[in-house]
Design a protein around this ligand. Structure first.
Ligand code: NAP
Length: 275
């Protein structure tokens, strides 16, 4: 049987860690599979997705900016992908392409596993209202958050996200003044790209012991937001753990096997130290 393949579609696709993480997993599982980066411009997305059928790919991951646009090119969606309206994993079953969203599982596994947080009853603040924020809101509801507040620079988008957690006490905060409200929360999650270039999100906000801050950004591994939170006594993490767990969930979908999370994590940490 010929070698099988999967990959990640994004645009631009610079510095992606996904090939390193998945190829480490394939090796550990002794699979003759390869995972490749596929830079796909938005205008070519439909053609590229159809190509997964024609070429017999195992599946693919989908990253910015295609997570929502890809939905219209697929045959079916699993529960979280349908609810959120965003796909990060495509599974090919014969000629059918099924969309999944493993960011939800990835965030939940990271928070409860690696970070060891018990979110049940917690007051949570989510910054941003894009695809990742939607997955976080969904995961926080699954984990039994006591309340979820959302702050985004576009208030209408923040309001839209509250509908993803119908069984939780939800609300929106003003983006311009949210920094002064941080003390009101047990868990704060940055789901914006602010911090990738060293910007200090929530400049001036203060944190204390007992609070937890998670930044979904993994490059740099420690954003100014997380650095400041930790310096002030709060617990803080970057996004590498979530990245590994969402990849592990994709791998389980494609292979039906348990993912070698430890090997994937080691590969990710090694790769990020060389970026
Ligand atoms: P997205 O769909 O483009 O959403 C980004 C959100 O951030 C939007 O609400 C956007 O607001 C807001 N935003 C962007 N620039 C901003 C700025 N300068 N000031 C204030 N708000 C700003 O992106 P995404 O897929 O959700 O990804 C968000 C971040 O999470 C990225 O850094 C990504 O790398 C990271 N991520 C990490 C993982 C992981 O596994 N660790 C997984 C997924 C995503 P507008 O709508 O107004 O532009």
């Amino acid at each position: 049987m010929s070698r099988r393949f999967a990959g990640v579609m994004g645009w631009p696709l610079e510095h992606t860690l996904s090939p390193v993480i998945h190829n480490a997993a394939f090796r550990r599982l002794d699979l003759d599979w390869v995972y490749l980066p596929f830079p796909v411009a938005p205008a070519q997305l439909g053609e590229a997705v159809r190509g997964l059928r024609a070429l017999g790919a195992v599946g693919a991951n989908v990253t910015m900016p295609h997570k929502e646009a890809v939905v219209s090119h697929l045959d079916d969606l699993s529960g979280d992908a349908r609810r959120i309206g965003a796909v990060n994993t495509i599974q090919r079953i014969g000629d059918r392409l099924i969309g999944h969203n493993t960011d939800v599982d990835g965030f939940a596994s990271f928070v409860t596993g690696d970070a060891g947080l018990d979110v049940a009853g917690s007051r949570c603040l989510v910054l941003g209202a894009g695809g990742a924020a939607r997955a976080v809101v969904r995961a926080l509801e699954m984990l039994g958050a006591g309340s979820i507040s959302i702050a985004a620079r576009r208030g209408d988008q923040a309001h839209h996200l509250t509908q993803l957690a119908p069984e939780t006490d939800t609300g929106c905060l003003d983006w311009e003044t949210v920094g002064s409200r941080c003390q009101d929360f047990d868990l704060i999650v940055n789901a914006t790209p602010v911090g990738m270039s060293g910007e200090d999100l929530l400049h001036g906000a203060s944190f204390t012991e007992g609070q937890a801050v998670v930044d979904l950004i993994y490059d740099p591994p420690l954003t100014p937001l997380v650095d400041r939170a930790k310096t002030q006594g709060a617990a803080g993490w970057g996004g590498l753990g979530m990245l590994v767990h969402q990849a592990a969930a994709s791998l389980r979908i494609w292979t039906g096997q348990e993912a070698p999370v430890e090997a994937m994590s080691v590969a990710a940490m090694h790769a990020i130290s060389r970026l």
